[in-house]
Ligand binder design. Structure first.
Ligand code: CAA
Length: 282
């Protein structure tokens, strides 16, 4: 199946990064939000990234214009009806996804593939509330989506081989390296990353070292681009908490249990970079 037109649901941090990536790869891309101010904010983030790339000389004026022409925003799901592939990147809440998937199933042409960018929720269940479970799978991007080279393709028990192969080719056309994982909480990356991030929070909470030293240790000792507490702020403490809860729910192992501090920080609105304060201030 040839992919020409791509839809993205949600223009938040991940949705805007995914829409940017698809438009840059030459796809006609349409991104849907639920309210004009959310859409304006997401589109401005994308335009800001292109302006920065132009300023740094990474792209020329013509490319910047082409990217912009490839991208359109909408508030109406019906505008996505003729997309060949739609990627949802809405809030990590199962009830929200289970409302969205049947709505997409009704609005999109029957051949459209529906992909979820969820980092840890059950995609099999999302497929099961549509009449096209064979055309549903995960396509999980990493933050910042236009920069990070990996995507996880997540196969449910109902996803067809044809869907996986189409999505694999699509991921490569975005310049990404795809890996394939089964639909279990956390897939590959978060199964390994979340316990590490939670351990860093526990270490800080127990006063074993300062946040700066925990970050410096992993950055300089292991060559990671960011220390764990900086990365938590970057990814979002709420996003990390939801991922940890999904992993704990599935495996019931203490290493996935969110620490009291993480929960308290999220309850207090300390979500990291996006709220101006997490382990650090921005
Ligand atoms: N669009 C285009 N380019 C962008 C961009 C965007 N939105 N955001 C950043 N960039 C570019 C910058 O322009 C810069 O390009 P040049 O090097 O050519 O100048 C490059 O990316 C690097 O950015 P910076 O110079 O600003 O900063 P940096 O060198 O410190 O790199 C980083 C930033 C790429 C984020 C790096 O610190 C990093 O890789 N951090 C780890 C990120 C990570 O682990 N992400 C995964 C999180 S887990 C997740 O997302 C999954 C989940 O489900 C929770």
């Amino acid at each position: 199946m040839e992919i020409r037109k791509v839809g993205v649901i949600g223009c938040g941090l991940m949705g805007s990064g995914i829409a940017q990536t698809c438009a840059q790869a030459g796809y006609e891309t349409i991104v849907r939000e639920v309210a004009q101010d959310f859409l304006d904010k997401g589109m401005a983030r994308i335009q800001g990234a292109w302006d920065m790339m132009l300023q740094k000389g990474k792209i020329n004026e013509e490319q910047a214009r082409d990217y912009k022409n490839n991208l359109r925003g909408t508030l109406d799901t019906k505008d996505l009806a003729d997309c060949d592939l739609v990627i949802e990147a809405v809030i990590e809440n199962m009830e929200e996804k289970l409302r969205l998937f049947p709505a997409l199933d009704n609005a999109l042409k029957p051949e459209t593939l529906i992909l979820s960018n969820t980092s840890s929720l059950n995609i099999t269940q999302m497929g099961a509330v549509t009449k096209r479970a064979d055309k549903v799978c995960g396509l999980h991007f990493f933050n910042p989506a236009p920069v990070m080279k990996l995507v996880e393709i997540v196969r449910t028990i109902s996803t067809s081989d044809e869907t996986i192969e189409t999505v694999r080719a699509f991921a490569k056309s975005l310049g990404k390296t795809p890996v394939v994982a089964k639909d279990t909480a956390g897939f590959i990356v978060n199964f390994l990353l979340i316990p590490y991030l939670l351990a860093a929070v526990r270490m800080y909470e127990n006063g074993l070292a300062s946040k700066e030293d925990i970050d410096a240790a992993m950055k300089l000792g292991c060559g990671y681009p960011m220390g764990p507490l900086t990365l938590l702020d970057y990814v979002g403490l709420d996003t990390t908490l939801w991922a940890a809860e999904a992993l704990y729910e599935e495996f019931k192992e203490p290493l996935y249990a969110p620490s009291p501090l993480l929960r308290r920080m999220v309850n207090s609105g300390m979500l990291g970079r996006k709220s101006g304060r997490g382990f650090y201030e921005y």
